[in-house]
Write a protein that binds this ligand. Structure first.
Ligand code: GLN
Length: 533
């Protein structure tokens, strides 16, 4: 099956060779397979016979042979199931076998190629009656209970690394949550709310006190006027605000532009909302004090008539990039030109270094009516477990977000929303101290990482530092972080969790520094062992 290669592909004219998003899953070994796939997908079911002939041309099959297996027989190719609507939908009811093969290849990835290719081989050699025997001897009537969407992503690697840190008793610099106390005033406000019997549901889209405080705060910090009655939805963390927003605005076939590396939730969020992510690279700084940048042409190329939204996270996780006004204006111009929404995750709004300034996209001229601004209490007030976040959007979009949110979670914790209202009233010094505290931590951890052999990319905001691990000679980031947590005793996040193609992050590892100085010291001491390796 591997005998056809690049130059021969044009034989299957028009089919081309599958984009990197198709080919990437199968590796260089399976050009024939994804030529089939591309042929079927691009020509869609009306031209299936033509694609069938293409197959026949390769394998000597009769056209139509591939269509002989149907729904219930698909589980024969176990685990592969029948392809989700995005796979099967393109081929219509006629081609379950084809999409089964595709699913098998895609899900098992190239390691399982031999098995999937054997299936293809069986199909191409066997005659129909023999195939029927194979089918009847297998357990073909087992039901497939799981959602096809869910099979397209894994559990969060960030959260998995926290579990590993606990398993090995390692210092956890993986998941971004503080190990120090939240401000006493807001804990007191939460206690007071519980003592005052704020125990029942708040208004589904958020307690009035909190919405008023959010509106006031957006006015003070960003000069954005917000109607707390019509434009705010309080959710269970900004995580829920993001997925509720995407579910509220995306239709199948929509595309969402995402800068890469990206906070890992955005990938599954896109899948769950039926949108197709289009990634645009942020490139690491060339010099020690440089910035992560993107290519204007590459960004423009990601926008087209299918683009529904761009997800923008500034200050950025994992890179620490703080988007400049000029960059935001460039994105703004594309949003307006292509009639696209900006969905901005501004959860690190107050965590800024080196004189950088946070600019909300909604404050830019022309963007207020096409921006959903997402934020929350977690990072600003060191309460990641309280799960209080929000989405601010124009009324029509807010109405849609509120519907999704209502049926997903009904509401965020009521007493903690009251504490949120108190938190948002903290004076400006609180935020200055917060940022300064993180600057000290950043400047504490970075030298320790550098002297252990990491190359660091200096963050300008948020509380992570991305590093380059090329100096250590490990196979990849995953091997490295496994070693680091088990043998050295420090948990970090493998860079590949922030990229669509794992190879792009294979030389990067992220450390969180939202920890007490003594925790960072403990990590530094352990990292010292790396040098001796
Ligand atoms: N934002 C945090 C991180 O990147 C984690 C958030 C979460 O786990 N929900 O580590």
């Amino acid at each position: 099956m591997y005998s056809l290669r690049g130059a021969e592909a044009p034989l299957f004219h028009g089919a081309a060779c599958g984009g990197s998003d198709e080919g990437g899953y199968f590796g260089a070994k399976a050009p024939v397979f994804f030529i089939f796939y591309a042929a079927l997908k691009r020509r869609s079911s009306t031209v299936l016979p033509a694609a069938g002939q293409t197959e026949a041309g390769i394998s000597g099959l009769k056209p139509g042979f591939f269509y002989s297996l149907r729904g219930a027989e698909a589980p024969l190719f176990q685990g592969a199931a029948c392809g989700g609507p995005d796979e099967g939908g393109h081929f219509g009811a006629k081609a379950p076998v084809f999409c089964t093969l595709y699913a098998a290849l895609k899900r098992r990835s190239s390691m399982a190629l031999p098995a999937a290719c054997q299936i293809l081989y069986v199909l191409s050699c066997a005659n129909l009656p023999a195939m029927a025997d194979v089918i009847s001897s297998a357990s073909i009537h087992e039901k497939h209970f799981l959602s096809d969407k869910v099979s397209q992503f894994t559990e969060s690697v960030i959260r998995e690394m926290t579990r590993r840190a606990m398993l090995y008793g390692a210092v956890n610099l993986a998941q971004g949550f503080p190990d120090f106390s939240a401000p006493a005033e807001i804990k007191a406000a939460a206690r007071a709310a519980i003592d005052g019997d704020v125990n029942q549901y708040a208004i589904t889209w958020g307690a009035k006190n909190l919405r008023n405080a959010i509106a006031r705060q957006m006015g003070v910090w960003q000069g954005i006027a917000v109607d707390p009655e019509k434009e705010i939805t309080v959710c269970c963390g900004s995580t829920e605000a993001m997925i509720s927003t995407l579910l509220a605005v995306c239709n199948a076939g929509d595309e969402v532009v995402i800068f890469e590396p990206f906070y890992e939730n955005y990938g599954p969020d896109s899948v769950l909302s039926g949108a197709r992510p289009r990634f645009v690279k942020l490139r690491p700084p060339a010099s020690e004090n440089g910035e992560w940048t993107f290519d204007e042409k590459e960004l423009r190329a990601a926008f087209d008539k299918h683009t529904k939204a761009i997800i923008l996270n500034t200050p950025n996780n994992p890179t620490g990039k703080v988007f400049t006004r000029a960059e935001l204006e460039l994105i703004r111009d594309l949003c307006i030109e292509f009639d696209v929404l900006a969905i901005t995750d501004e959860i690190y709004e107050h965590i800024l270094y080196d004189g950088t300034e946070h600019i909300s996209m909604a404050s830019l001229e022309g963007m207020r009516e096409r921006t959903v601004t997402i934020n929350g209490m977690s990072k600003t007030y060191s309460v990641t477990g309280w799960r209080v976040g929000w989405a601010v959007a124009p009324e029509k979009i807010t109405n849609a977000i509120r519907k999704v949110h209502d049926f997903l979670t009904v509401g965020a914790p009521a007493p903690l929303q009251e504490a949120g209202a108190a938190a948002l009233g903290l004076p400006a010094e609180y935020y200055a101290k917060l940022a300064e505290g993180y600057r000290v931590r950043r400047d504490h951890l970075m030298p320790a990482l550098e002297s252990a052999g990491f190359k660091c990319f200096r963050p300008r905001g948020a509380y992570y530092v991305m590093t380059d691990i090329s100096g250590f000679g490990f196979e990849d980031d995953v091997e490295f972080t496994k070693y680091l947590v088990k043998e050295i005793g420090v948990a970090a996040v493998p860079g590949s969790s922030f990229y669509r193609d794992a190879r792009d992050g294979a030389r990067q590892v992220r450390f969180a520094f939202c920890k007490k100085l003594e925790t960072l010291d403990a990590a530094a001491e352990k990292l010292g062992k790396l040098r001796a390796r």
